[in-house]
Design a binder for this molecule. Sequence first.
Ligand code: NAP
Length: 295
Amino acid sequence: MKTEINGETGTIGIIGGNIKKSLSPLLHNELLKYYSLNNCYLPFQISENQIKVIVEWIRALNIKEMNVTAPFKEKIISFMDNIEESAFRVGAMNTVINKNGILWGYNTDLEGFKRSLQVEGKMDIKGKNAIVLGAGGAARAIIYALCEENTKEISIFNRTLDKAKKIQKEYRAFFPNCLLQIFSLEDRIMQDKINHADFLINTTSLGSYPNIDLNPLPENIIIPDYIMAYDLIYNPAKTLFLRKAEKEGAKIMNGGLMLAYQAVESFSLWTGIEPSQKVINKLIRKMNEEIISVN
Ligand code: NAP
Protein backbone atom coordinates (compact mmCIF):
# COMPACT_ATOMS: atom_id res chain seq x y z
CA MET A 1 0.00 0.00 0.00
CA LYS A 2 1.10 3.57 -0.49
CA THR A 3 2.24 5.69 2.45
CA GLU A 4 2.12 9.44 2.40
CA ILE A 5 2.90 11.99 5.03
CA ASN A 6 0.00 14.39 5.34
CA GLY A 7 -1.59 16.80 7.81
CA GLU A 8 -2.86 13.95 9.95
CA THR A 9 0.32 11.87 10.15
CA GLY A 10 1.30 11.06 13.72
CA THR A 11 4.92 10.87 14.85
CA ILE A 12 6.25 8.02 16.95
CA GLY A 13 9.84 6.85 17.34
CA ILE A 14 12.83 5.84 19.40
CA ILE A 15 15.27 7.77 21.57
CA GLY A 16 18.78 6.57 22.32
CA GLY A 17 22.37 7.65 22.67
CA ASN A 18 23.69 5.84 19.61
CA ILE A 19 20.90 4.82 17.28
CA LYS A 20 22.25 5.36 13.79
CA LYS A 21 22.33 1.59 13.17
CA SER A 22 19.02 0.86 14.92
CA LEU A 23 16.60 -1.34 13.02
CA SER A 24 13.61 -0.28 15.12
CA PRO A 25 12.55 2.33 12.50
CA LEU A 26 12.52 -0.37 9.82
CA LEU A 27 10.44 -2.79 11.92
CA HIS A 28 7.91 -0.26 13.16
CA ASN A 29 7.45 1.46 9.81
CA GLU A 30 6.82 -1.94 8.21
CA LEU A 31 4.11 -2.64 10.78
CA LEU A 32 2.58 0.82 10.29
CA LYS A 33 2.52 0.26 6.55
CA TYR A 34 1.09 -3.24 6.86
CA TYR A 35 -1.80 -2.06 9.05
CA SER A 36 -2.28 1.24 7.14
CA LEU A 37 -1.72 3.41 10.20
CA ASN A 38 -1.03 7.02 9.32
CA ASN A 39 2.10 7.41 11.43
CA CYS A 40 5.80 7.80 10.89
CA TYR A 41 8.44 6.20 13.17
CA LEU A 42 11.63 8.23 13.52
CA PRO A 43 14.97 7.84 15.34
CA PHE A 44 15.98 10.60 17.77
CA GLN A 45 19.57 10.60 18.93
CA ILE A 46 19.69 12.41 22.27
CA SER A 47 21.96 12.95 25.26
CA GLU A 48 21.10 12.31 28.89
CA ASN A 49 20.41 15.94 29.74
CA GLN A 50 17.71 16.02 27.04
CA ILE A 51 15.52 13.28 28.53
CA LYS A 52 13.39 15.73 30.50
CA VAL A 53 12.67 17.95 27.53
CA ILE A 54 11.98 14.96 25.26
CA VAL A 55 9.40 13.69 27.73
CA GLU A 56 7.76 17.15 27.67
CA TRP A 57 7.69 16.89 23.86
CA ILE A 58 6.02 13.50 24.00
CA ARG A 59 3.23 15.11 25.99
CA ALA A 60 3.06 18.37 24.04
CA LEU A 61 3.05 16.70 20.61
CA ASN A 62 0.79 13.88 21.76
CA ILE A 63 3.30 11.24 20.61
CA LYS A 64 1.54 7.93 21.22
CA GLU A 65 4.51 5.57 21.42
CA MET A 66 8.20 6.17 22.03
CA ASN A 67 10.78 3.43 22.36
CA VAL A 68 13.82 3.95 24.54
CA THR A 69 17.19 2.35 23.99
CA ALA A 70 20.71 2.38 25.48
CA PRO A 71 21.72 4.04 27.70
CA PHE A 72 18.45 5.56 28.96
CA LYS A 73 16.31 2.55 29.90
CA GLU A 74 16.80 3.05 33.61
CA LYS A 75 17.04 6.83 33.76
CA ILE A 76 13.78 7.55 31.97
CA ILE A 77 11.67 5.68 34.53
CA SER A 78 11.55 8.63 36.94
CA PHE A 79 9.95 10.80 34.23
CA MET A 80 6.92 8.51 33.75
CA ASP A 81 3.50 9.08 35.34
CA ASN A 82 2.95 5.34 35.73
CA ILE A 83 5.08 2.24 35.37
CA GLU A 84 3.67 -1.14 34.50
CA GLU A 85 4.37 -3.65 37.27
CA SER A 86 7.06 -5.78 35.59
CA ALA A 87 8.93 -2.73 34.23
CA PHE A 88 8.90 -1.33 37.75
CA ARG A 89 10.34 -4.55 39.16
CA VAL A 90 12.90 -4.87 36.36
CA GLY A 91 13.97 -1.29 37.04
CA ALA A 92 14.29 -0.50 33.33
CA MET A 93 11.85 0.25 30.52
CA ASN A 94 11.99 0.51 26.74
CA THR A 95 8.54 1.74 25.78
CA VAL A 96 6.56 4.87 26.60
CA ILE A 97 2.85 4.66 25.84
CA ASN A 98 0.92 7.92 25.95
CA LYS A 99 -2.61 7.21 27.17
CA ASN A 100 -4.54 10.49 26.91
CA GLY A 101 -1.63 12.52 28.20
CA ILE A 102 -0.65 10.05 30.93
CA LEU A 103 2.75 8.49 30.20
CA TRP A 104 3.14 4.79 31.00
CA GLY A 105 6.46 2.95 31.05
CA TYR A 106 6.65 -0.67 29.86
CA ASN A 107 9.42 -3.19 29.37
CA THR A 108 8.90 -5.28 26.23
CA ASP A 109 12.51 -6.55 26.22
CA LEU A 110 11.34 -9.16 28.74
CA GLU A 111 8.80 -10.65 26.35
CA GLY A 112 11.11 -10.15 23.38
CA PHE A 113 13.87 -12.17 25.02
CA LYS A 114 11.56 -14.97 26.17
CA ARG A 115 9.90 -15.31 22.77
CA SER A 116 13.27 -15.33 21.00
CA LEU A 117 14.24 -18.38 23.05
CA GLN A 118 10.95 -20.15 22.41
CA VAL A 119 11.04 -19.51 18.68
CA GLU A 120 14.69 -20.39 18.13
CA GLY A 121 14.81 -24.11 18.82
CA LYS A 122 12.37 -24.04 21.76
CA MET A 123 15.14 -23.42 24.27
CA ASP A 124 14.22 -24.18 27.83
CA ILE A 125 16.19 -22.28 30.42
CA LYS A 126 14.49 -23.83 33.42
CA GLY A 127 17.03 -25.44 35.74
CA LYS A 128 19.97 -24.32 33.58
CA ASN A 129 23.02 -22.23 34.44
CA ALA A 130 23.45 -18.86 32.75
CA ILE A 131 26.21 -16.29 32.55
CA VAL A 132 25.18 -12.71 31.86
CA LEU A 133 27.84 -10.26 30.72
CA GLY A 134 26.70 -6.75 31.64
CA ALA A 135 24.42 -5.11 34.18
CA GLY A 136 22.84 -2.23 32.26
CA GLY A 137 19.23 -1.64 31.31
CA ALA A 138 18.99 -4.59 28.92
CA ALA A 139 20.74 -6.94 31.38
CA ARG A 140 18.08 -6.15 33.95
CA ALA A 141 15.35 -7.48 31.65
CA ILE A 142 17.37 -10.56 30.71
CA ILE A 143 18.21 -11.43 34.31
CA TYR A 144 14.62 -10.85 35.38
CA ALA A 145 13.37 -13.14 32.58
CA LEU A 146 15.91 -15.82 33.55
CA CYS A 147 14.72 -15.64 37.17
CA GLU A 148 11.07 -15.82 36.11
CA GLU A 149 11.84 -18.91 34.02
CA ASN A 150 13.49 -20.61 37.01
CA THR A 151 17.07 -20.63 35.78
CA LYS A 152 19.11 -22.47 38.40
CA GLU A 153 22.16 -20.26 38.70
CA ILE A 154 22.87 -16.86 37.16
CA SER A 155 26.39 -15.37 37.25
CA ILE A 156 26.53 -11.69 36.35
CA PHE A 157 29.86 -10.24 35.21
CA ASN A 158 30.07 -6.47 34.87
CA ARG A 159 32.74 -3.78 34.67
CA THR A 160 30.99 -1.73 37.37
CA LEU A 161 30.40 -4.21 40.16
CA ASP A 162 28.06 -1.87 42.04
CA LYS A 163 25.49 -2.06 39.26
CA ALA A 164 25.51 -5.86 39.39
CA LYS A 165 25.28 -5.67 43.18
CA LYS A 166 22.17 -3.51 42.93
CA ILE A 167 20.48 -6.01 40.62
CA GLN A 168 21.40 -8.88 42.94
CA LYS A 169 19.95 -7.07 45.95
CA GLU A 170 16.72 -6.02 44.25
CA TYR A 171 16.01 -9.34 42.50
CA ARG A 172 16.75 -11.49 45.52
CA ALA A 173 13.67 -9.96 47.12
CA PHE A 174 11.48 -11.04 44.16
CA PHE A 175 13.14 -14.40 43.48
CA PRO A 176 14.52 -15.81 46.74
CA ASN A 177 15.12 -19.24 45.16
CA CYS A 178 17.21 -17.99 42.26
CA LEU A 179 20.96 -18.17 42.85
CA LEU A 180 22.37 -14.83 41.67
CA GLN A 181 26.12 -14.33 41.85
CA ILE A 182 28.06 -11.26 40.82
CA PHE A 183 31.62 -10.75 39.61
CA SER A 184 33.74 -8.13 37.96
CA LEU A 185 34.27 -8.56 34.21
CA GLU A 186 37.94 -9.37 34.85
CA ASP A 187 37.33 -11.97 37.57
CA ARG A 188 39.38 -15.11 36.97
CA ILE A 189 36.47 -17.29 38.00
CA MET A 190 34.84 -16.56 34.63
CA GLN A 191 36.33 -19.59 32.85
CA ASP A 192 35.15 -21.94 35.59
CA LYS A 193 31.66 -20.46 35.51
CA ILE A 194 31.55 -20.70 31.71
CA ASN A 195 32.61 -24.36 31.86
CA HIS A 196 29.53 -25.08 33.98
CA ALA A 197 27.09 -22.91 32.07
CA ASP A 198 24.44 -23.68 29.45
CA PHE A 199 23.90 -20.09 28.32
CA LEU A 200 26.41 -17.28 27.86
CA ILE A 201 24.62 -14.02 27.16
CA ASN A 202 26.25 -10.75 26.18
CA THR A 203 24.17 -7.75 27.19
CA THR A 204 27.02 -5.23 27.08
CA SER A 205 27.28 -2.84 24.16
CA LEU A 206 30.80 -4.08 23.38
CA GLY A 207 30.92 -5.26 19.78
CA SER A 208 28.13 -3.01 18.50
CA TYR A 209 28.68 -0.03 16.24
CA PRO A 210 30.93 1.90 16.44
CA ASN A 211 32.91 -0.45 18.73
CA ILE A 212 32.78 -3.54 16.51
CA ASP A 213 36.37 -4.54 17.37
CA LEU A 214 35.57 -5.06 21.03
CA ASN A 215 34.70 -8.29 22.81
CA PRO A 216 33.36 -8.41 26.41
CA LEU A 217 35.22 -11.70 26.98
CA PRO A 218 38.88 -11.65 28.01
CA GLU A 219 41.05 -13.08 25.22
CA ASN A 220 42.11 -16.26 27.03
CA ILE A 221 38.56 -17.49 27.69
CA ILE A 222 37.59 -20.74 25.99
CA ILE A 223 33.92 -21.23 25.09
CA PRO A 224 32.82 -24.90 25.32
CA ASP A 225 30.90 -26.30 22.35
CA TYR A 226 27.87 -27.29 24.46
CA ILE A 227 27.07 -23.67 25.32
CA MET A 228 24.49 -21.40 23.68
CA ALA A 229 26.15 -18.03 23.11
CA TYR A 230 23.57 -15.28 22.78
CA ASP A 231 24.45 -11.68 21.92
CA LEU A 232 21.77 -9.02 22.30
CA ILE A 233 23.54 -7.04 19.60
CA TYR A 234 22.07 -7.64 16.14
CA ASN A 235 24.10 -5.23 14.08
CA PRO A 236 26.67 -6.47 13.13
CA ALA A 237 24.92 -9.81 12.80
CA LYS A 238 27.98 -11.63 14.15
CA THR A 239 29.94 -9.71 16.75
CA LEU A 240 33.48 -10.69 17.70
CA PHE A 241 31.91 -12.49 20.69
CA LEU A 242 29.65 -14.59 18.44
CA ARG A 243 32.39 -15.25 15.91
CA LYS A 244 34.66 -16.57 18.64
CA ALA A 245 31.86 -18.74 20.08
CA GLU A 246 31.01 -20.13 16.65
CA LYS A 247 34.65 -20.88 15.89
CA GLU A 248 34.87 -22.86 19.12
CA GLY A 249 31.83 -24.94 18.14
CA ALA A 250 29.14 -23.30 20.28
CA LYS A 251 25.60 -22.61 19.10
CA ILE A 252 25.09 -18.91 18.51
CA MET A 253 22.23 -16.46 18.32
CA ASN A 254 22.15 -12.69 17.82
CA GLY A 255 19.64 -10.13 19.10
CA GLY A 256 17.59 -9.92 15.89
CA LEU A 257 14.70 -12.08 17.05
CA MET A 258 14.54 -10.35 20.41
CA LEU A 259 14.44 -6.99 18.65
CA ALA A 260 11.61 -8.11 16.39
CA TYR A 261 9.51 -9.56 19.21
CA GLN A 262 10.00 -6.59 21.54
CA ALA A 263 9.01 -4.27 18.67
CA VAL A 264 5.84 -6.28 18.00
CA GLU A 265 5.00 -6.18 21.71
CA SER A 266 5.45 -2.38 21.86
CA PHE A 267 3.32 -1.98 18.73
CA SER A 268 0.56 -4.11 20.28
CA LEU A 269 0.60 -2.11 23.51
CA TRP A 270 -0.03 1.07 21.57
CA THR A 271 -2.44 -0.14 18.87
CA GLY A 272 -4.12 -3.16 20.46
CA ILE A 273 -3.25 -5.06 17.25
CA GLU A 274 -1.60 -8.46 17.68
CA PRO A 275 0.28 -9.27 14.48
CA SER A 276 -0.04 -12.89 13.35
CA GLN A 277 3.01 -15.16 13.20
CA LYS A 278 2.88 -14.83 9.41
CA VAL A 279 3.25 -11.04 9.67
CA ILE A 280 6.00 -11.40 12.27
CA ASN A 281 7.90 -13.86 10.06
CA LYS A 282 7.69 -11.41 7.17
CA LEU A 283 9.04 -8.70 9.45
CA ILE A 284 11.93 -10.92 10.55
CA ARG A 285 12.79 -11.74 6.93
CA LYS A 286 12.85 -8.04 6.08
CA MET A 287 15.02 -7.29 9.11
CA ASN A 288 17.47 -10.09 8.24
CA GLU A 289 17.81 -8.82 4.67
CA GLU A 290 18.67 -5.39 6.05
CA ILE A 291 21.19 -6.83 8.56
CA ILE A 292 22.90 -8.79 5.79
CA SER A 293 22.95 -5.81 3.43
CA VAL A 294 24.65 -3.53 5.96
CA ASN A 295 27.32 -6.07 6.94
P1 NAP B 1 23.37 0.29 29.00
O1 NAP B 1 22.29 0.41 30.01
O2 NAP B 1 24.11 1.51 28.59
O3 NAP B 1 24.41 -0.82 29.54
C1 NAP B 1 25.61 -1.03 28.85
C2 NAP B 1 26.34 -2.25 29.42
O4 NAP B 1 27.57 -2.41 28.68
C3 NAP B 1 26.76 -2.07 30.89
O5 NAP B 1 26.82 -3.33 31.51
C4 NAP B 1 28.17 -1.47 30.75
O6 NAP B 1 29.01 -1.70 31.89
C5 NAP B 1 28.70 -2.29 29.59
N1 NAP B 1 29.80 -1.57 28.94
C6 NAP B 1 29.71 -0.49 28.13
N2 NAP B 1 30.94 -0.10 27.73
C7 NAP B 1 31.82 -0.96 28.32
C8 NAP B 1 33.25 -1.07 28.29
N3 NAP B 1 33.99 -0.24 27.58
N4 NAP B 1 33.81 -2.08 28.99
C9 NAP B 1 33.06 -2.95 29.70
N5 NAP B 1 31.71 -2.88 29.77
C10 NAP B 1 31.09 -1.90 29.09
O7 NAP B 1 22.80 -0.32 27.63
P2 NAP B 1 21.62 -1.40 27.46
O8 NAP B 1 20.34 -0.71 27.27
O9 NAP B 1 21.76 -2.38 28.56
O10 NAP B 1 22.00 -2.08 26.04
C11 NAP B 1 23.14 -2.89 25.94
C12 NAP B 1 23.24 -3.51 24.54
O11 NAP B 1 22.16 -4.40 24.30
C13 NAP B 1 23.20 -2.47 23.42
O12 NAP B 1 24.14 -2.82 22.43
C14 NAP B 1 21.77 -2.59 22.90
O13 NAP B 1 21.65 -2.20 21.54
C15 NAP B 1 21.53 -4.08 23.07
N6 NAP B 1 20.09 -4.39 23.20
C16 NAP B 1 19.51 -5.19 22.25
C17 NAP B 1 18.17 -5.50 22.36
C18 NAP B 1 17.50 -6.38 21.33
O14 NAP B 1 16.27 -6.37 21.25
N7 NAP B 1 18.24 -7.16 20.58
C19 NAP B 1 17.40 -5.02 23.43
C20 NAP B 1 18.04 -4.23 24.37
C21 NAP B 1 19.38 -3.92 24.23
P3 NAP B 1 29.02 -0.65 33.12
O15 NAP B 1 27.83 -0.99 33.95
O16 NAP B 1 30.30 -0.90 33.77
O17 NAP B 1 28.93 0.73 32.51
